[in-house]
Ligand binder design. Structure first.
Ligand SMILES: Cc1cc2nc3c(=O)[nH]c(=O)nc-3n(C[C@H](O)[C@H](O)[C@H](O)COP(=O)(O)OP(=O)(O)OC[C@H]3O[C@@H](n4cnc5c(N)ncnc54)[C@H](O)[C@@H]3O)c2cc1C
Length: 391
């Protein structure tokens, strides 16, 4: 079964073209790189930019492809079916780009979007802090205005791709006294020079060792008076950062759900193949009912998550509010991916635990979905609030 054939011709064509890219350029290299803890090669990132993946949903007048959210989900899913890190590179550009599309001034759209779409500017999202994760309104990193620039002081953490980025999308506190505190936050597009060295003492960075998600590095960052021109304040108005970020969560959550679907699909396909080749008790293990049912159950769960993801994407494309559906898709797909990749690893027996096969990579990668882009606990809280009311 090829997943979701027959959505429509345009979406099927997009899926096929991404699949070809993944089969030609990602699958031959990803296991070796992942096992050696190496990042995605820069030429691969340049190729993704060339194929238009970074500006998929930007309007053509800003250098994008003007595709819909369903197309974005399909591209993400297929890239993640190859290697989650590859599907996740485009998340950075999507987050920054969707923030600029939704909240940027006309000048900011013209200045930044074409360069992000073309890959000339790579971006990273710097929201989380060492002391503040889920409680976005409580972010502390300070941006103090001095003449025509802000000086940033404080810490961010888990900033994935920070080393390679030319622009950090930073959630910063421009007003430390206003109440409620979320009204004191702003988003700044902070330029930097790409590279592992950063520019201490104003901007220091060190990578955080992780169990998965190997093709990109996540960084702890220290800002000490790092400058950012005032014209890089998103929307040109202070105090809007929290609202700007919330407004783009729908895209980010749909995209994360698609990443989870792609990772689970890869695990399923690997386990199906292995089950037809591995012989025990003189027969392929795929002939044992328990293995057959594991595969059938996985395929069913993946398809359910996929359809919920596309449904949320379709709602986004009609312009309707879809935070509920996007949150449901994200939490369901995240939990599905953890279950499915674990069960698919089980199909491999001992080989599932070995680096010789990618089953362990899918499982290590899938564990992150319940954590980033809003933890599962926070997603359920958001969903419950929509269903039951309350703050
Ligand atoms: C591999 C990886 C990559 C990441 N990349 C980025 C990135 O590029 N940019 C970025 O800004 N961040 C990134 N993050 C950070 C990620 O978004 C945060 O880890 C996440 O938001 C959770 O924040 P926290 O880790 O501080 O956990 P905390 O907020 O401290 O939560 C700890 C636990 O408490 C629970 N909890 C917290 N509050 C509540 C509540 N109100 N009700 C119920 N339970 C609650 C949480 O669900 C969790 O289980 C990344 C994280 C990882 C692991």
């Amino acid at each position: 079964m090829a997943p979701n054939d027959g959505d429509d011709d345009e979406h099927d064509a997009i899926r096929r073209s991404v699949r070809e890219f993944v089969e030609r350029e990602i699958l031959p290299i990803c296991d070796d790189l992942d096992n050696r803890d190496q990042e995605i090669p820069l030429p691969v990132i340049a190729r993704m930019a060339e194929l238009g993946y970074f500006g998929l949903i930007f309007p053509p007048e800003y250098g994008g492809m003007g595709l819909d959210t369903v197309a974005m989900a399909i591209v993400t899913e297929e890239l993640s079916r190859g290697w989650l890190s590859v599907g996740s590179v485009m998340t950075r550009m999507l987050i920054t780009g969707s923030l600029i599309m939704a909240a940027g001034t006309e000048e900011q759209k013209r200045r930044w979007l074409p360069k992000i779409a073309s890959g000339e500017l790579l971006t990273a999202a710097a929201f989380t802090e060492p002391d503040v994760g889920s409680d976005t309104a409580a972010m502390k990193l300070r941006a103090e205005k001095h003449g025509d620039r802000y000086l940033l002081t404080g810490e961010k953490t888990w900033c994935t791709f920070a080393n390679r980025a030319h622009v950090l999308t930073v959630l910063a506190r421009t007003n430390p006294t206003v109440k409620p505190k979320h009204k004191g936050l702003s988003i700044l597009l902070v330029e930097k020079t790409p590279g592992d060295g950063f520019s201490p003492p104003e901007l220091g960075g060190s990578p955080i060792p992780t169990i998965g998600y190997k093709g990109m590095r996540s960084y702890a960052l220290q800002f000490d008076g790092y400058p950012c021109p005032v014209e890089n304040l998103l929307g040109g108005e202070e105090g809007k950062g929290f609202y700007q970020l919330m407004a783009t969560y729908e895209y980010a959550r749909i995209q994360t759900a698609a990443r989870a679907v792609g990772t689970a699909q890869a695990a399923f396909e690997a386990a199906r193949k292995y089950s037809q080749e591995r012989v025990q008790f003189d027969q392929p293990i795929a002939s044992f009912q328990v293995i057959r049912h594991k595969l059938a159950h996985a395929a069913t769960e993946i398809e359910a998550a996929r359809r919920l993801t596309y449904y949320a994407a379709q709602m986004k494309d009609t312009g309707k509010r879809c935070d509920l559906e996007a949150g449901m898709a994200k939490v369901f797909a995240a939990e599905m991916a953890e279950r499915v990749t674990s069960e698919m690893l089980q199909v491999f027996g001992g080989y599932g635990y070995s680096r010789e096969y990618p089953a362990q990579r899918f499982w290590r990668d899938a564990r992150v979905f319940r954590i980033f882009e809003g933890t599962s606990e926070i997603q359920y809280e958001v969903i419950a609030r929509r269903l039951l009311g309350g703050k």
